[in-house]
Design a protein around this ligand. Structure first.
Ligand code: SF4
Length: 176
């Protein structure tokens, strides 16, 4: 045990360092999102994520926003456990029959103003799952969608750009 503690204290982290160019681009996007959220909400942006039936690759990219590599919490982006604390509902996958009610109830539980972002091609039009007996349809067929972020899966940078566009657009459309 003592050996393990010493090793963990002395070794450098096992995660790969992000490339300098990527980090600069991501940092700029993160700062833009933080500024946009402060301007629009006066605080950080809180996101509730719902997997409505994805293959989970979209989740891997979304989780990457929070990992040690991208570390987006440094810009005030937060994923929250309760829809009652969320500004944005981030939905992935086509909506399956089993997840329809959960998605509707999550949306209903969020306080206004609230936005819905459909992330990934499946969320936009069912993607590779189109026509499946298990799917109700795209996210927009169940809850009102404010923004689609395309990609299979969308990258963390695409997700960030989408969130910035959402806040910028909402500045003009939805006065408090
Ligand atoms: S968009 Fe692609 S990665 Fe995302 S749930 Fe659909 S198939 Fe999976």
């Amino acid at each position: 045990m003592r050996k393990l503690i010493w090793q963990s204290l002395l070794q450098s982290p096992l995660s790969e360092p992000i490339s300098a160019a990527d980090d600069l681009g991501l940092a700029a996007l993160g700062r833009s999102l933080h500024t946009a959220a402060r301007r629009r909400l006066g605080r950080s942006l809180s996101i509730r994520e719902v997997d409505a039936g994805s293959c989970n690759a979209c989740e891997l990219e979304i989780h990457a926003l929070n990992n040690a590599f991208y570390d987006l919490e440094r810009f005030g982006l937060r994923f929250v456990a309760s829809p009652r604390h969320a500004d944005v509902l981030l939905v992935t996958g086509p909506v399956t029959k089993n997840m329809r009610e959960a998605l509707e109830r999550t949306y209903a539980a969020m306080p206004a103003p609230k936005w819905v972002v459909a992330a990934g091609d499946c969320a936009a039009d069912c993607g590779v799952f189109a026509g499946s007996y298990a799917c109700v349809g795209a996210v927009a067929s169940v809850v009102p969608v404010d923004l689609h972020i395309r990609g299979c899966p969308p990258t963390p940078s695409a997700l960030l750009r989408g969130l910035i566009a959402l806040i910028d657009r909402s500045d003009a459309q939805k006065p408090f």
